[in-house]
Design a protein around this ligand. Structure first.
Ligand SMILES: Cc1cc2nc3c(=O)[nH]c(=O)nc-3n(C[C@H](O)[C@H](O)[C@H](O)COP(=O)(O)OP(=O)(O)OC[C@H]3O[C@@H](n4cnc5c(N)ncnc54)[C@H](O)[C@@H]3O)c2cc1C
Length: 331
C-alpha cells in the first residue's frame, strides 16, 4: 500500500493556495481508493506560521522565519526533512513556482524520482502533456518515493477531524540567499490570473479604424481595464495584438506576449472565455481547447468564431458592448 504525503507551502498571508488545497483533495481520493482511508494521508506544511488543517491523518509542520520566503536551500531542506519523517512513498505537491524549483532537487536526496506538470494522477498513473499539448502521455514508475507535482487537483472540500500534529526540525545549511522584496513586471503579469473564472481575450480589432474612420486605442485600453478590474477576469490576447506591442506600435500598454493565447502562446484553463475584436482563426483558437463555455463579440458574422468555435457569437460592436457591460458592472 502506498504511503501518501502532500507537501504544501503557505502563501505570503499564511494561507494555503487553491491549487494546494485541491491537491490535498486529490490525495484524499487516492488514499480512500487505495483502501487506506483518511488516516493514511499525511500533509507536510512549510511556512513562517502555518494554519491548522483538519480532515487528514497527520500533519508534519516545519515553521519559522527562514521558511517565510521561497529559497531553494530552506525549501529543499524542509521538504527533505518531512519526506524522511513521514516515510512517504508517494509525494504529491502543487506545481507552484516555489515547489517546481525545490522538489525536483529533493527527489534524488531521498533516492526518489520527480514528475512535473502532471494534470491527472490516480495513485499509479500520472498524465501530462508534451510538446505544447499535442501529445498526452501516461507515466508509471516503480521508483519510490515518487514526487508528483500537479497543475490541478480536485475541488477542495473542508472536512472535520483533528490530525496528529508532528513538528519536524530541519538542519539548515549556511544561508546565502536573502529575499529583498518583489518587483512586478510592468505589463502582462498582473493581468494574467490563472485562477479566474473568465478569460477575456482582446484581439487586434481594438486597434483598427472604427466606423468613424478613426482608431480609439486609449478608449479601448480604458474599456478593457475597467472590465478586468470589475470582473477580475484574466486577460488573453491574439498574436496580432501582442506582436503590435512588441514592435513598438501605439497599443495597449498593459499587454505583452505573456498574454498571447494560441498555437504559439498559452493554453489557459479557465472555465469560460469571452473573445472580443478577435477573428477566431485556428492558430488562436487551439489555445482555447480547455475552455468549455465560449462566447465572442465580433462585427463580422462570418468570422472564425461563427464556424463552430464559439457557443454564442454576438455580432456587435465590442466598444459599445463593453461600455454597456462596464456600466452594468458599476451599478
Ligand atoms: C504558425 C502560426 C502560429 C500562430 N500562432 C498564433 C497564436 O498562438 N495566437 C494567435 O492569436 N494567433 C496566432 N497566429 C496568427 C493567427 O493566424 C491570426 O493571424 C491572429 O490570431 C489574428 O489576430 P486577430 O484575430 O486579433 O486580428 P484580425 O485578424 O485583424 O481580426 C480582427 C477582428 O476584429 C474585429 N473587429 C474590429 N473592430 C471590431 C469592433 N469594434 N467590434 C467587434 N469586432 C471588431 C474584426 O471583424 C476582425 O474579425 C499564428 C499564425 C501562424 C501562421
Amino acid at each position: 500500500m502506498e504511503n501518501v504525503l502532500v507537501l504544501a507551502h503557505t502563501e505570503a498571508d499564511g494561507s494555503l493556495s487553491k491549487v494546494a488545497l485541491d491537491v490535498i483533495e486529490a490525495a484524499r481520493s487516492i488514499a480512500t481508493a487505495s483502501g487506506a482511508g483518511r488516516d493514511a494521508l499525511a500533509v507536510g506544511l512549510v511556512g513562517e506560521k502555518v494554519q491548522p488543517l483538519s480532515g487528514v491523518g497527520s500533519v508534519y509542520v516545519v515553521e519559522g522565519a527562514e521558511f517565510s520566503q521561497p529559497r531553494y536551500a530552506t525549501d529543499a531542506a524542509a521538504a527533505e526533512a518531512i519526506c524522511r519523517a513521514s516515510g512517504a512513498s508517494l509525494v504529491l505537491a502543487p506545481g507552484t513556482s516555489r515547489w517546481m524549483r525545490a522538489l525536483p532537487g529533493v527527489a534524488p536526496r531521498v533516492n526518489g524520482r520527480a514528475d512535473t506538470h502532471v494534470v491527472a494522477f490516480d495513485g499509479q498513473r500520472a498524465t501530462r502533456w508534451f510538446y505544447r499539448q499535442r501529445i498526452e502521455a501516461v507515466l508509471m514508475r516503480t521508483a519510490r518515493p515518487w514526487f508528483v507535482l500537479l497543475d490541478a487537483g480536485l475541488p477542495y472540500q473542508p472536512r472535520q477531524g483533528e490530525p496528529a500534529i508532528r513538528r519536524v526540525s530541519v538542519s539548515l545549511p549556511t544561508l546565502r540567499t536573502r529575499c529583498g522584496g518583489f518587483v512586478e513586471s510592468k505589463s502582462g503579469q498582473q493581468t494574467i490570473r490563472p485562477d479566474a473564472d473568465l478569460l477575456f481575450v482582446a484581439g487586434a480589432g481594438w486597434t483598427k479604424k472604427q466606423k468613424d474612420g478613426q482608431t480609439h486605442i486609449p478608449e479601448a485600453g480604458k474599456l478593457i481595464l475597467d472590465f478586468l478590474t470589475a470582473t477580475r477576469a484574466s486577460l488573453g490576447s491574439s498574436k496580432s495584438l501582442a506582436d503590435m506591442s512588441g514592435e513598438g506600435e501605439a497599443v495597449l500598454p498593459f499587454l505583452s506576449h505573456l498574454n498571447q493565447v494560441g498555437q504559439t502562446g498559452a493554453t489557459p484553463r479557465h472555465p469560460k472565455g469571452l473573445s472580443t475584436c478577435c477573428h477566431g482563426e485556428e492558430p488562436h483558437v487551439v489555445g482555447w481547447r480547455f475552455i468549455r463555455e465560449r462566447r465572442a463579440i465580433n462585427l463580422d458574422p462570418n468570422c472564425g468564431w461563427a464556424r463552430g468555435k464559439a457557443d454564442v457569437l454576438y455580432v456587435a460592436d465590442a466598444f459599445e458592448v463593453l461600455a454597456k457591460l462596464n456600466h452594468l458592472l458599476s451599478t
